[in-house]
Design a protein around this ligand. Structure first.
Ligand code: SAM
Length: 236
């Protein structure tokens, strides 16, 4: 399938799972900084649905905010979630206390643990979310994950919109990317994050300032951005 055919199909998938995600994953009132937006987690869940993933691996648990949403959405389903962080102190928060089944929390380096889990679950399609390491390190880890056929996509956090021309991004990913900040997704689903996005805008969020400095325009409210890179084997 071509990239645009996949994107069109994905739009339908998002429509199909939207209500369920909103009802199951969003009803909580936490004012968390430095976490993925709700719509960005939804972006990942829709990709998992579309590619029939039975497992999600997150590198970069942080305070456990994204893990909490995964937990709420996938509780009682066949999908399990593994979250990894190389700093054990962070998830010891009130937020993380709520994260139970189906989330497994591991301490260690995602660069090492992620490939190990992927290779030992070769019979399962696995969705990958990299929220640490960042930048170059995230792209290097994505490349490692794509060595396995059971990884249909990798989502990297904090890579857009103004960073979408990041020189760190390997050229080989061109033509294989779908972005949460594109209007078809962001304008349709940013209602999930109205308060968080207002806060970014009031404070002149750093990416926004960077964008303004470099004369880049923001066309919609979309946060730091989640960049999906598709594996070769899901495309023609
Ligand atoms: C921005 S936070 C993650 C936020 C979280 N995903 C959320 O949305 O709530 C980034 C985390 O990545 C972790 N990290 C950085 N490099 C890592 C690595 N190589 N392996 C595992 N975790 C890493 C950091 O310790 C930090 O807690």
């Amino acid at each position: 399938m071509t990239l645009s055919e996949i994107q069109k199909d994905l739009e339908n998938t998002y429509r199909n799972v939207e209500d369920e995600f909103v009802n199951k994953a969003l009803p909580f009132d936490l004012n968390v900084k430095w976490a993925a937006l709700r719509m960005e987690v939804f972006f990942i869940c829709g990709l998992c649905e579309y590619f029939g993933c039975e497992k999600i691996i997150e590198s970069g648990t942080g305070f456990g905010f994204s893990a909490l949403m995964f937990e709420k959405y996938y509780r009682g389903t066949m999908v399990d979630v593994v979250t990894i962080d190389n700093q054990p102190r962070k998830p010891k928060t009130e937020i993380f206390k709520d994260v139970v089944d189906p989330v497994e929390y591991l301490i260690g380096d995602g660069n090492v643990i992620m490939p190990e889990i992927i290779s030992s679950n070769a019979d399962k399609n696995i969705g990958i979310f990299i929220d640490g390491p960042k930048g170059k390190g995230a792209y290097a880890l994505a490349k490692k994950c794509f060595e396995y056929d059971n990884v249909p996509f990798v989502v990297i956090h904090d890579e857009g919109p103004v960073l979408s021309d990041n020189p760190n991004k390997p050229k080989e990913f061109d033509g294989r990317m779908i972005c949460s900040w594109e209007p078809w997704f962001a304008q349709r689903f940013n209602y999930m994050d109205i308060q968080a996005l207002d806060r970014f805008n009031e404070k002149g969020f750093r990416h926004r300032r960077w964008g303004l400095k470099h004369n880049l325009e923001f066309t919609n409210n979309c946060g730091q951005g989640a960049l999906c890179i598709l594996n070769h084997n899901v495309m023609t």
